[in-house]
Ligand binder design. Sequence first.
Ligand code: ZN
Length: 150
Amino acid sequence: MSELRELYQQLILDHNKSPRNFGDLPDANRSSEGHNPLCGDHIKVAVKLSEDLIEEIAFLGSGCAISKASASMMTAEVKGKTIEEVETIFRDFQSMVTSDITTQPETDHMGKLAVFSGVREFPARIKCATLSWHTLHAALGGDDQSVTTE
Ligand code: ZN
């Protein structure tokens, strides 16, 4: 577990310092905003969908290191995938970060996202890690309304 924790810290620091796909996406056709009032995280996710494929994705916002790193890694992960594939990752991600701390998390198929299983140790941070996914989910659902973790 300590190895995973180290990896977790490194990846989060790295993505927080130089977030991937951070910025505007002028030709986006879907977008949504998300807030996590508990921590003060705010994020906007913009997607360029072509049929059901995520061709481009970008995010803007401010928040804690975990919310930013999670958004950064999410955008890297979902680019080039279909809505259906992304919804499956979203469900798996959510069950991973909310699974019981005494059990081994299901991370085999999660790739780099597995580092977020570490937030299980910090329950207040789970919403930071899932905010970007909820926001993307809302954007893909075509509802332009903002989401909140509350
Ligand atoms: Zn946060």
